[in-house]
Write a protein that binds this ligand. Structure first.
Ligand code: ATP
Ligand code: MG
Length: 389
């Protein structure tokens, strides 16, 4: 099937209307890359010679998503499509994205401002690929290469260095030599990026099939603002079996365990991670995890905390299996309750501590989880369980 038939109806609708009105219009960037790789693109971006006002006039329903940067979202009957006027970037300040942009009538100039050759291709309605920088060849060879001089491109926008590693991880590609050389030299510029933008790239790398490339980000110094030091032998592959939603706290805990940060929660706070993720990392950090203690840890701690601690120690699969097989008994699942213990003469915090101890002993197989067996430990109702507490 020709690649143009891969154009989804929304993008096709937008390209058809813009080109019939006499403008140039192409699908560009990630969607072309992913189509050529036969991966499903997660969004379709269109670049056009039409100024934003012309785009707004041509379609019934539009949303001005970033007019200053030439972007309008067209609401088609098939969903929203981002349409951006051909542009070249204006002056960069401080290794961050440009304050202003300049519009241009040239597709080539629009492609030239894009970060990597594999992201700098366009596809027209007829399916023809416009590829002035050799993106297709790099795609075939699995190479991430800057468009133009890598030193200049990374100095313009330091986020591109994190994106380079992120695409390497997502696509299974390697960095081209000059791109890697420039990245190693200019990594300190990443210091100026906002924590939110750094975290977004970090999380996408963690969620990729090669989360261990986080180790390269650290080695190059791209995370130096958040993490100090570098150790060669950190087993980042431990992140692979961990599901995506737990990888960020596991990563933070590994940083703590290997001495890259004193505190996993503080690291995640600096990265502006959501409170829930910070709390999970803190909860996991408070456990002293060892594989032998797994069932006991599971009976008295939230499962997520144990999974994170286990993930950081390389035992994620064991913890997951133990949860699935329910190889532990929670205090709430005991055949005695707090009221039973109160009736037996225990008070206040003693009660919850005793329930925890009982749950651990039941989990270890030392006592049966029956009312008779458990109440036998409190024969006198004198406030103290017998049997070795
Ligand atoms: P994803 O699959 O993650 O969406 P993508 O390639 O579509 O990947 P986006 O961040 O959505 O990435 O950006 C769309 C396109 O805009 C890119 O393909 C690239 O051409 C261009 N682009 C994005 N960020 C930059 C940047 N910092 N510098 C230069 N070009 C960029
Ligand atoms: Mg995209």
């Amino acid at each position: 099937m020709p690649v143009s038939e891969k154009l989804p109806p929304g993008a096709r609708f937008v390209l058809e209307r813009l080109t019939s009105a006499g403008f140039e219009a192409y699908a560009v960037g990630g969607c072309v890359r992913d189509t050529l790789l036969r991966r499903p693109p997660h969004d379709w971006d269109v670049a056009t010679s039409a100024p934003t006002e012309a785009t707004e006039a041509l379609f019934e329903r539009t949303v001005p998503t970033g007019e200053r940067f030439g972007t309008v979202t067209v609401l088609t009957p098939f969903g929203g499509v981002e349409v951006t006027t051909f542009r070249k970037d204006g002056a960069y300040r401080d290794a961050r994205r440009p304050e202003t942009v300049e519009f241009t009538g040239s597709l080539r100039e629009d492609l030239q401002r894009r970060d990597f050759t594999v992201n700098a291709m366009a596809m027209g309605l007829d399916g023809a690929i416009i590829d002035p920088f050799g993106g297709r060849e790099d795609l075939q060879n699995g190479i991430i290469r800057c468009v133009g001089d890598p030193e200049r491109r990374f100095s313009e926008d330091a986020l591109r260095m994190l994106r380079a590693v992120r695409f390497q991880a997502q696509l299974g590609f390697e960095l081209e030599e000059a791109t890697l050389f420039a990245l190693r030299r200019l990594a300190p510029l990443a210091e100026k990026l906002s924590a939110e933008r750094v975290r977004a790239e970090l999380c996408r790398t963690l969620a990729s099939p090669r989360p261990e490339l986080i180790g390269s980000m650290i080695e190059y110094g791209l995370l130096a603002r958040f993490i100090s030091g570098f150790q060669e032998k950190i087993p980042w592959r431990r992140l692979v079996p961990v599901p995506e939603e737990l990888r960020e706290p596991v990563f933070a805990l590994m940083c703590r365990n290997y001495g890259l940060t004193p505190d996993a929660g503080a690291l995640l706070r600096a990265l502006r991670a959501p409170t829930k993720v910070v709390r999970e990392a803190q909860g996991a950090q408070a456990l002293s995890f060892s594989p032998e203690n797994l069932p006991e840890l599971l009976c008295v701690n939230p499962e997520d905390h144990v999974l994170i601690a286990a993930g950081a120690a390389g035992n994620y699969e064991d913890a997951h299996a133990a949860i699935k097989r329910r190889q532990y008994v929670k205090p709430s699942e005991l055949s005695v309750t707090g009221s039973d213990l109160r009736a037996a003469g225990l008070h206040g915090p003693q009660i919850s501590a005793t329930l925890r101890d009982l749950a651990i002993r039941v989990t270890r197989g030392e006592i049966e989880n029956t009312r008779e067996a458990l109440m036998e430990l409190f024969p006198n109702g004198d406030g103290g369980p017998s049997g070795g507490f």
